[in-house]
Design a protein around this ligand. Structure first.
Ligand code: PLP
Length: 511
């Protein structure tokens, strides 16, 4: 009996239908960006309501395109937290630019899998070119081994795997079990991103062998304390694995002094990994590069184009200037992937745990060429000017105080009403503690008020002084008027909430 199923039920769309639908998807993207400013930045729908909206049985029958598009418009877009919003200031504000969107579309269309050179030659070649461009722009050796990763967490893990192999312990062949191995130590600062500790967990080092070197008053690793920790460990019989210095720490975007740290590493023969996930690309602005220092001192370096290079998540670049160290760690070629070597040929599967890679280089190629390095530099400089402007306002205010300094687009601060500030200066310890507890509550409520209003989205951290608001300026659509509105909203929220809380016991009663 002939099959009466109409062809459409087999799924997928003919090219002509795809082109029609594509125009509608592009129109929806245009509508999304046109409306972004009036859309609440943070989604506030309760998780249960959101699950009820989206959950259900898998669709047995094909869902028409019109329904997919409408559901995306009505059920997805309103319940996202919008990283594209000009008033997104949380975590590290990022932007996937317009050229990146179209390049991602092409990447999805080509759908090549970069395992070995011959499985996607142009993708492999372009990866080599773009990775080299970025190395050159950052002042890292252009001939260093390099590979893309999904993010800095995995890239740092790969770097530490290579550092361990470079110790000559032959962990690759012999493993770590039942052997008389030295206890390895990883040195980070008390500000380093948690991904380094996760790497220590995955490497089998154990969290107790991660040494958190204290940071100075500006949250930068203290090189003297690092040197002392290494010396004490050597005396106690430990073996240093690596030091991780950060350019742009997660809480305060501080910059560890990579010059002095690298000298200590060189003196002790220790691998230096630099986590420039956030801060690395700000160095494209020349005066910022001067403050960062020479990134080429790192045996390995990670930078995240998806943080500060206007490129869509997920794309991270890992560099390693120790020739062959990544391949010595990760290259393992089964018969079906064996290909003859040749000039220019790079098989990216040899440099990390990942066999298949998506074509991440294409979006970077589009972004770098569409903006030009000059355009990227100008954008970054613009964000820095907005950031310095907000800092000046905070510094000039009697009701706010700044709690850290970063060369990048991040401000850490808190509301500190002027009468409490005056009282704090001469207060005895119990009153100081009460004032600090009150400030934590006040600033927590300011954060909630602003975030639930939908007009801006901030995040927080806890610094030595206590609870701290963070404003990260890096979204490509953020303009001076947005920062003006944020500053007005912060001042109003601080005044309102302080008046409403009217704390007893931390300030003198109003006469
Ligand atoms: N390193 C730093 C300094 C970070 O701030 C972050 C995340 O914000 C990471 C590493 C982890 O990055 P990813 O999310 O790309 O793994």
């Amino acid at each position: 009996m002939p099959d009466a199923t109409p062809p459409a039920a087999l799924g997928d769309w003919p090219i002509e239908v795809f082109e029609d639908h594509g125009r509608e998807v592009l129109a929806l993207i245009g509508e999304y960006f046109r409306n972004i400013e009036t859309t609440p930045v943070m989604a506030t729908i309760p998780p249960g309501d959101l699950m009820a909206l989206l959950d259900g049985p898998p669709p047995e029958a094909a869902v028409p395109f019109e329904t997919l598009l409408a559901d995306t418009r009505e059920k997805i877009i309103p319940h996202l937290t919008h990283w594209n919003h000009p008033a997104f200031y949380a975590y590290f504000a990022i932007s996937g630019s317009m050229p990146g969107i179209l390049a991602e579309t092409l990447t999805a269309a080509f759908n090549v899998n970069m395992m070995v050179w011959k499985s996607s030659p142009a993708a492999a070649a372009l990866s080599s070119v773009v990775l080299r461009w970025i190395a050159e722009l950052l002042g890292y050796p252009a001939d260093a081994d390099a590979v893309f990763a999904s993010g800095a967490s995995l890239a740092s893990f790969y770097a530490l795997c290579a550092a361990r192999e470079a110790l000559g312990l032959n962990v690759r062949e012999e493993g770590v079990m039942g052997r008389d191995l030295p206890r390895l130590r990883l040195y980070i600062s008390d500000q380093t991103h948690s991904s380094l500790e996760k790497a220590a967990i995955a490497l089998g080092l154990g969290l107790n062998n991660v040494v958190k070197v204290p940071s100075d008053a500006r949250y930068r690793m203290d090189p003297m304390a690092l040197d002392a920790a290494i010396r004490a460990d050597l005396t106690a019989g430990y073996r240093p694995l690596a030091v991780c210095a950060t350019v742009g720490t997660t809480s305060t975007a501080s910059v560890d002094p990579i010059g002095p740290i690298s000298e200590i590493c060189r003196a002790h023969g220790i691998w230096l990994h630099i986590d420039g996930a956030y801060g690395g690309f700000w160095g494209l602005v020349p005066e910022i590069m001067e403050q960062i220092g020479d990134l080429s001192v790192g045996d390995s370096l990670v930078v995240n184009p998806h943080k500060a290079l206007y490129t869509q998540v997920e794309v991270s670049c890992l560099y390693c200037k120790r020739p062959g160290a990544l391949a010595a760690t990760f290259s393992l070629v089964p018969e079906y992937l064996r290909t003859p070597p040749g000039e220019h040929i790079v098989n990216y599967m040899d440099y990390s745990l990942q066999l298949g890679h998506s074509f991440r280089a294409l979006k970077l190629w589009w972004v770098l060429r569409s903006f030009g390095v000059a355009g990227i530099r100008a954008r970054l400089a613009d964000a820095l000017a907005l950031t310095r402007g907000l800092e000046s306002r905070i510094d000039a205010s009697h009701d706010f105080e700044r709690l850290s300094t970063s060369p990048f687009g991040l401000v850490c601060f808190r509301a500190f009403p002027r009468d409490l500030r005056a009282a704090y200066a001469d207060a005895p310890p119990p009153l100081r503690a009460a004032i600090l507890a009150y400030l934590a509550r006040l600033n927590g409520e300011i954060l909630d008020r602003i975030n639930t209003s939908g007009t801006a989205f901030l995040s927080h951290t806890v610094l030595r002084e206590g609870y701290t608001l963070r404003v990260s300026i890096g979204n490509i659509r953020t303009e001076a008027r947005h920062v003006d509105a944020l500053w007005t909203a912060l001042q109003a929220a601080a005044a309102d909430i302080d008046a409403a809380l009217a704390p007893e016991g931390v300030r003198p009663p109003v006469a």
